[in-house]
Design a protein around this ligand. Structure first.
Ligand SMILES: C[S@@+](CC[C@H](N)C(=O)[O-])C[C@H]1O[C@@H](n2cnc3c(N)ncnc32)[C@H](O)[C@@H]1O
Length: 315
């Protein structure tokens, strides 16, 4: 049992001492990035960058900081406590039930954007098969500006609502959110007609254990069904792709069976596809034969995987 900090412990002390005390408390509660979080909590409590704070903490600041620290110790995400989060240069309002962008999403988005930028087509057609809550679709839509079409699919009805809300909030009317199971092929969309397809598949989430500690309690029992779903979504995604089109397969896990092994199997069945190396470079990322792997201890991001697959011209 870890004891939360009391406001009277923090009132009247210097900002750097307060950061140290909050850091120690967060560390004792098992929070992974205690140093960063402590400085962010002080920034929220004082409304200013802690490097610009010199006076001892006032009583209201101390009360606010103690309350924020107590919530963070209970693992309330930092983004929720801040109420907003910066993502690819955009400020998002976040909270329980609404969009909460993550560092890994940011890199996958950049990969997707990189693909879009290379399209050079005036009216690209883009399909995001597993789109909710919408982080990557929003970023793609932003990049597409007023060109082309973006279809954003999601199998869970409640989460389609999240997608719609996210597009409405950002004033994006170009994207078309829809309810659909990506394991079932939908010829109505037009097979072979999309320039870019994103398969950001459901996964075991082993790469985000640091931020979602409950994942530790999960076992990989039943993973076979998940593996089948992932492979089916990837295989279907490829069928929507036009010749020369590119697909991104991504997960937020570091599990080889959900990552490299899925791409290897896909390439065995689809010899008209090949893996393309990413152009973005993040220190520590591993470009391997079947995609790119981001390991938290090497990239200082969540753990995740992304593979860019290109369909050859005349197939
Ligand atoms: C990793 S999340 C996607 C995150 C999203 N791309 C983003 O950037 O915000 C996977 C999503 O796929 C959805 N999903 C699961 N099975 C699906 C299926 N068979 N077809 C379509 N979506 C599915 C889940 O409900 C979940 O919202």
């Amino acid at each position: 049992m870890v004891t939360p900090l009391a406001p009277q412990q923090l009132a009247g002390i210097l900002p750097r001492q307060a950061v140290r005390m909050v850091q120690d408390a967060l560390q004792a509660a098992g929070c992974p990035d205690a140093d960063y979080d402590a400085r962010e909590l002080l920034r929220i409590a004082a409304g200013k960058d802690p490097r610009l704070l010199f006076d001892p903490l006032t009583r209201p600041q101390a009360e606010c900081l103690a309350e924020l620290a107590a919530q963070r110790m209970q693992r309330v995400p930092l983004q929720y406590l801040a109420g907003e989060w910066n993502f690819l240069g955009l400020t998002f309002k976040v909270g329980p039930g609404v969009l909460c962008p993550r560092a890994d999403s940011e890199v996958v988005c950049e990969t997707a954007i990189e693909l879009l930028q290379q399209m050079g087509k005036p009216e690209p057609r883009v399909l995001d098969l597993c789109a909710a809550p919408g982080g990557k679709s929003l970023t793609i839509a932003e990049q597409m500006q007023d060109r082309g079409e973006l279809f954003s699919g999601e199998a869970m009805t409640g989460r389609v609502k999240l997608l719609k809300q996210a597009f409405d909030r950002c004033g994006i009317d170009r994207a078309k959110p829809y309810h659909g199971d990506a394991t079932i092929l939908n010829p109505a969309f037009g097979l072979g007609s999309f320039d870019r397809v994103l398969c950001d598949v459901p996964c075991s989430g082993l790469g985000v254990i640091g931020k979602k500690p409950d994942i530790r309690e999960k076992t990989l029992d039943g993973i076979e069904n998940l593996l089948l779903t992932q492979q089916k979504i990837l295989q279907n995604g490829a069928k929507y792709l036009a010749p020369n089109g590119r697909l991104v397969y991504s997960t937020c896990t570091v599990n080889h069976h959900e990552n490299e092994a899925q791409v290897r199997q896909f390439l065995q069945d689809n010899q008209d596809f090949s893996v393309i190396a990413p152009q973005i470079i993040l220190s520590g990322m591993r470009v391997v034969e079947y995609g790119t792997l981001f390991l938290p201890h090497e990239t200082s991001t969540d753990g995740f995987f992304a593979a860019i697959l290109e369909r050859q011209k005349n197939c």
